[in-house]
Design a binder for this molecule. Sequence first.
Ligand SMILES: Cc1cc2nc3c(=O)[nH]c(=O)nc-3n(C[C@H](O)[C@H](O)[C@H](O)COP(=O)(O)OP(=O)(O)OC[C@H]3O[C@@H](n4cnc5c(N)ncnc54)[C@H](O)[C@@H]3O)c2cc1C
Length: 659
Amino acid sequence: MTKLDAKIPEGSLAEKWTKYQSSVPLVNPANKRSLEIVIVGSGLAGASAAASLAELGYKVKVFCFQDSPRRAHSIAAQGGINAAKNYQNDGDSVFRLFYDTIKGGDYRAREANVHRLSEVSGNIIDQCVAQGVPFAREYGGLLSNRSFGGTQVQRTFYAAGQTGQQLLLGAYSALQRQVGMGNVELFARHEMLDVVMVDGKARGIIARDLVSGKLERHFGHAVLLCTGGYGNVFYLSTNAMGSNVTAAWKAHKKGAFFANPCYTQIHPTCIPVSGDHQSKLTLMSESPRNDGRIWVPKKQNDTRKAIDIPEEERDYYLERRYPAFGNLVPRDIASRAAKERCDAGYGVGASKMAVYLDFAAAIIRYGKGEANKRNLHNPSDEEIQAMGKEVVKEKYGNLFDMYKQITGENPYELPMRIYPAVHYTMGGLWVDYNLMTTIPGLYALGEANFSDHGANRLGASALMQGLADGYFVIPYTIGNYLASEIRTPAMSTDSEPFVAAEKEVRGQLEKLMNIKGTKPVDYFHKKLGLIMWNKCGMARNEKGLKEAIAEIQALQKEFWSNVRIPGELDNLNPELEKAARVADFLELGELMCIDALNRNESCGGHFREEFQTEDGEALRDDENYAYVAAWENKGDGKFELHKEELKYENIKIAQRSYK
Ligand SMILES: Cc1cc2nc3c(=O)[nH]c(=O)nc-3n(C[C@H](O)[C@H](O)[C@H](O)COP(=O)(O)OP(=O)(O)OC[C@H]3O[C@@H](n4cnc5c(N)ncnc54)[C@H](O)[C@@H]3O)c2cc1C
């Protein structure tokens, strides 16, 4: 077992990044023009990295499988983006954001990375404002903030319920500017299917043109994977339908270690599953937890309508169990608490697998506030209701509309029904402080890496991390590598390593096409999703995980002998795209269970039923598991564990408490 070197700079925590920036080797402008960088992914991480690196003068190629970079999954992000600006004067600071993030991640993240993230968080907001991102503002013009889980300050910047979209439009504009100037070449509808290795370094990719079906070879002095998360291994998740693990998994098979694969975030605020034919779940954003109150009836199997249940017969269980943070406890805790109530028979709705998220009190509170502002004395209940609803509409209107369209119920009148769903993956490719994987020249940014969120990500911190990586970290850290590559000329893609890599990819695709079985790809994906949800989901145990591993192995065999893919290889073929992705999910799913089985403790999103406190909270084992589990692929379904010990020198490691 090797100890991994995270290359954390020397010095005190608060000085590491500043010192690094002043001492990192630089690449002069003339040399930058002859260095080529392949960037896979055009979400917030990829688009911001591409725009920044092209602005610096590097020659950049960007790939995405959607028809436009603007359709990357980042566009779906609703609630907001964190930054330690302390605009509210409520006690925020760089250290507090750092502290909240480490604690929120249940003490399983790397201190130096998280501190750097907190340091650059303020710059992200400035950069985005300069690009014209329309963040919500106060009357006086100052940017507005709201709260997200796991914090007691208001540090979340937002643009109604479409923050990701607005941030992505900003990054996309910066990217398109570089496309227009000829510094970035864009390859939409292209899917990367392998990394090309030359003498142990990443030197390019093999991509499939999804429209023509043709395979292409692309050279880069360095390759950046900004390819998002793998929550769709569960089939049902809040992720975009196309989100997948293929790029990261192919890199893993070429030598990049995969870190903490079992850390999955289950988001507490999603629209419950309604039937067997669903292919997607919908997030209601975390932001409604600012104002909405979560409750279930005090009586088991209560069949009354929500509005018929009097106040004293309602159990506001988060406020009861966690008075200090109430409805704003971190996601892992809120999700488990909902599951606990439903499993105990207090769930609501037809399936009884839901809890209420209720805005009635917020509507009245806002309505009264508006009445005061407007100098209305003795307003009627109807007037208060109407004014309150207007305020709620302004804050969450698009989310409420979405809920109404999906469920047919009006959340202004009735409490919403919500239940946890798979949402985000904290695990990903292992990267060092430079964001480089264990393959020299191969980087991972954004949700694709494992870096900053430990075992549980706090809300509004993914957008922050993606943009920190792309706008502010990689432009420095890539110089550390490329400064020693200035004598490497661009390689011909007719050279042997490229030809061999393409042949391997073609062989794999042909193998899939030639199975000619009887079951469609979705049949396998659904089956895998169910195994993962039941045995490696919100709660896991040794027996279930062992069963899951055996079941997934059997499913892999069935897939490779009985999947049916219509159409042709050298043509547009969405079923082939899906099949190749599901083949990788099947292998990843197994590794997730292996990782979950190895971690004999509970922490954050990883809840092993055998390891819990008397109150049912996650019970960590810091003596034996305060490490990042980084898995090396040894081929034939074998994985070797490497550990990165986590040292906490600036924070006291403790049992998490939100009470
Ligand atoms: C519904 C929802 C709401 C959310 N809301 C918030 C929020 O309010 N705040 C917050 O902080 N976070 C939020 N998140 C999380 C956040 O949106 C994501 O973590 C983040 O956007 C990921 O950005 P990314 O750039 O890493 O990846 P993505 O945006 O997923 O982009 C991945 C890119 O990689 C490309 N790609 C992937 N594989 C390949 C391949 N093999 N070949 C070519 N291209 C490839 C895709 O085409 C795409 O361009 C939310 C998540 C969901 C699901």
